[in-house]
Design a protein around this ligand. Structure first.
Ligand code: GCW
Length: 666
């Protein structure tokens, strides 16, 4: 068994629901235009049965094929786009029409969601179509069972360099499909040791078995690749993408992979990044590397997702000219248009690395002729390790809504990654995901809101952060309106609270090196990672204007000009773009130093407020969930207190300027 404990069903628990007359619709099911034996259709019908028997105590049976009866009609509709569905109730008949099998499955999950939220099915009339073609979870699971940046136990895919498949795997696939995810990468982008051999006979059989479970739920299966596999597996002395032997080896290897792994969508590649091998070693471009692999997977309809997290991680902190923030753009922009049609560049939301506040990467929309995919991090590496509560959907919404000004009328990040900007198909959104083999999957029970929310947002970008909670809380925690109100309030404010007690105004970092939990203001200041705050006795921040590193000029107008000056720069990003004196007066009328003090005191107080509000839910939510979250709030408060006091003390000692309100600073 790959789960440490019996695992929970999260939002698919299907407990008994209030009697709302929903049972009448689902007892008799007609199936029209779909093949009952199709694997995805089978899963949809199984899920329907499971859900309605748990929640309504009725049995859903397919009583009619190819003819409509009263009850629930599941019908193929070729006019609807792929993965889309509509649900309509009229005169006691509920009709679910879907464009394809995935649409049917998603439609069934929509119905079950409705029931789970204790809503009536009568009068339903919705049409849903995915905004993003590719909607993926990326796992950073290692084959020894550990998870890079995992905060919820160990991997449920891998144990001791082997693949494990059991009922939990299927439950995972169900959870994934229920929120509309259609692609999963199961292994870490840092592909080392045993993981390099996932594309070999050593693992093909089990990889194929795993991939079939995903196929049952309409989820394409992906692996992360080792760019130097030609050396490590192939026995060649090179991984040069232009070397004929290398090209031939990959062609043969991909032929084998697609023959042996059904349902294989393609590969994710981290190259020339943080010590991983890549084309730069051979004086080749990123496009040379990506296109070589793309050519090898092309005959099988495969895609290569190539990460843009390429930067110099051996920087000298004394060097003020090199700017890590610039690296993604500088490394990829010149080759815009040179990438093969089945290559997608996967771009992190910010130019640095998943900080609590960063500008949007200028590569997104900066590239105008290249397929793009947005990468966000649901695993809380820099946002509290699933100890501190941090609902990330508001941040993801900001990213998606950002105007890049790349094309009039279709210039938001959402436009770019949905394919609306360029009219392309190979686009989408991926999240480094926060699951592990803890019984509750996500460490903190409240972190499941991010797991759920990312998928829903990826499918339907127009959903608000609050809309998503209005689904998730009643499905997973409680349908009691009082409980919903308290949890929704905590979650919707949690990101800002976390930001307040950690690093100020977009400067980021200040974290404990390597582990990335807890405060260490100078932890990375004299290190090689390019993540500096440059604080001295007069001020703080990095000058990225045209007088500094010039990073602000990587944006289109009017963003470039806005970011370039202290006056017009959005204040939440002030220290990302500018080095500012502590006495600088912000729009609130406060000085920068007073803002730092105030926000840190506030952040701690807010976290304390969350913990108290949670205490008020004792007896109103499941006892295990209550205890889990309470224990984590205890740790969050200790963390917030440390951050508050270390940051305040650090800047008081640097600046010598006391807090106007005379609070305790050490
Ligand atoms: O932020 C860094 C993480 C690494 C990670 C890397 C990446 C998988 O600290 O752990 O490696 O990003 O995104 O590749």
């Amino acid at each position: 068994m790959n789960g440490k404990n019996a695992w929970k069903q999260l939002w698919l628990a299907y407990d008994k629901k209030k009697e709302l007359g929903n049972g009448v619709y689902v007892e008799k099911v007609s199936l029209i235009g779909f093949d009952e034996e199709n694997r995805v259709v089978k899963s949809a019908l199984q899920e329907l049965k499971k859900g309605v028997s748990g929640m309504l105590g009725v049995t859903a049976e397919v009583t009619e094929k190819d003819a409509e009866a009263k009850g629930l009609v599941l019908k193929k509709c070729d006019e609807l786009p792929k993965e889309s569905y509509s649900i309509k109730e009229e005169g006691g008949k509920l009709t679910l029409m879907a464009g394809d099998e995935n649409g049917l499955l998603y439609g069934v999950f929509h119905l079950l969601r409705q029931i789970s939220m204790e809503k009536k099915l009568s009068g339903m009339n919705v049409t849903c179509k995915p905004d993003n073609p590719l909607r993926m979870y990326n796992h950073w699971d290692n084959m020894d069972g550990s998870i890079e940046r995992g905060y919820s136990g160990n991997s449920f895919f891998f144990v001791k360099n082997d693949i494990v498949i059991d009922e939990r795997t299927r439950d995972y696939a169900r959870l994934v499909a229920s929120v509309g995810i259609n692609g999963v990468v199961i292994n870490n982008v840092n592909v080392k040791q045993a993981a390099s051999w996932l594309i070999s006979d050593r693992f093909f059989e089990k990889v194929a078995e795993l991939s079939k479970i995903f196929a049952d739920y309409g989820i394409k299966f992906f692996l992360s690749l080792n760019f130097a596999a030609t050396i490590e597996l192939g026995g060649l002395d090179s991984a040069d993408p232009l070397d004929e032997r290398v090209i031939a080896w990959w062609k043969e290897k991909m032929k084998e992979c697609f023959a042996k792994i059904p349902n294989l969508g393609g590969f994710l590649v981290k190259a020339d990044s943080e010590g991983r091998p890549g084309p730069f070693t051979y004086g080749r471009t990123q496009a040379d590397g990506a296109n070589m692999l793309a050519e090898a997977v092309r005959p099988y309809g495969g895609i290569i997702i190539w990460r843009c997290f390429v930067y110099n991680c051996k920087q000298d902190w004394r060097d003020y000219k090199t700017d890590r923030a610039r690296a993604g753009y500088d490394n990829f922009i010149q080759m815009d248009g040179d990438y093969a049609e089945n290559v997608i560049l996967q771009i992190k939301n910010g130019p640095m690395d998943f900080q609590i506040r960063e500008p949007i990467s200028p590569l997104l929309g900066g590239l105008k002729k290249t397929n793009q995919m947005l990468e966000v991090q649901v695993a809380q590496e820099y946002t509290g390790h699933q100890i501190d509560v941090c609902y990330l959907i508001p941040m993801f919404k900001e990213v998606l809504d950002f105007h890049t000004y790349c094309k009039p009328g279709a210039d938001t990040v959402a436009d770019v990654i949905s394919g609306r900007t360029m009219g392309n198909q190979n686009t989408g959104i991926a999240a480094v995901i926060n699951t592990g083999n803890d019984a509750n999957w996500t460490g903190n029970d409240l972190a499941a809101a991010n797991l759920y929310g990312f998928g829903r947002l990826a499918y339907q970008t127009s959903l608000s952060a609050g809309d998503i909670l209005d689904e998730w809380i009643p499905m997973q925690i409680s349908t009691d309106p009082e409980v919903i109100k308290v949890i929704k309030d905590i979650l919707l404010r949690s990101r800002e609270t976390y930001e307040k007690y950690t690093s100020p105004l977009g400067i980021g970092w200040m974290v404990t090196p390597h582990d990335h939990y807890g405060c260490s203001v100078d932890g990375y200041e004299y290190d090689r990672w390019g993540t500096y705050h440059r604080a001295d006795h007069l001020g703080i921040g990095v000058d990225r204007s045209d007088k500094g590193t010039g990073y602000a000029q990587q944006y289109y107008e009017p963003n470039a000009t806005a970011y370039n000056s202290v006056e017009s720069c959005p204040e939440e990003l002030l220290l990302f773009f500018h080095h500012v004196p502590y006495t600088h007066v912000l729009k609130t009328g406060k000085t920068l130093i007073q803002h730092i003090y105030d926000s840190h005191f506030e952040g701690y107080d807010e976290a304390e407020g969350f913990a108290k509000a949670w205490d008020g839910l004792e007896g109103k939510v499941d006892a295990e969930v209550f205890a889990n979250v309470k224990e984590r709030f205890g740790r969050q408060l200790a963390n917030a207190r440390d951050w508050r006091d270390q940051v305040n003390t650090y800047f008081y000692r640097k600046s010598g300027i006391p807090d106007e309100k005379g609070r305790t600073i050490y």
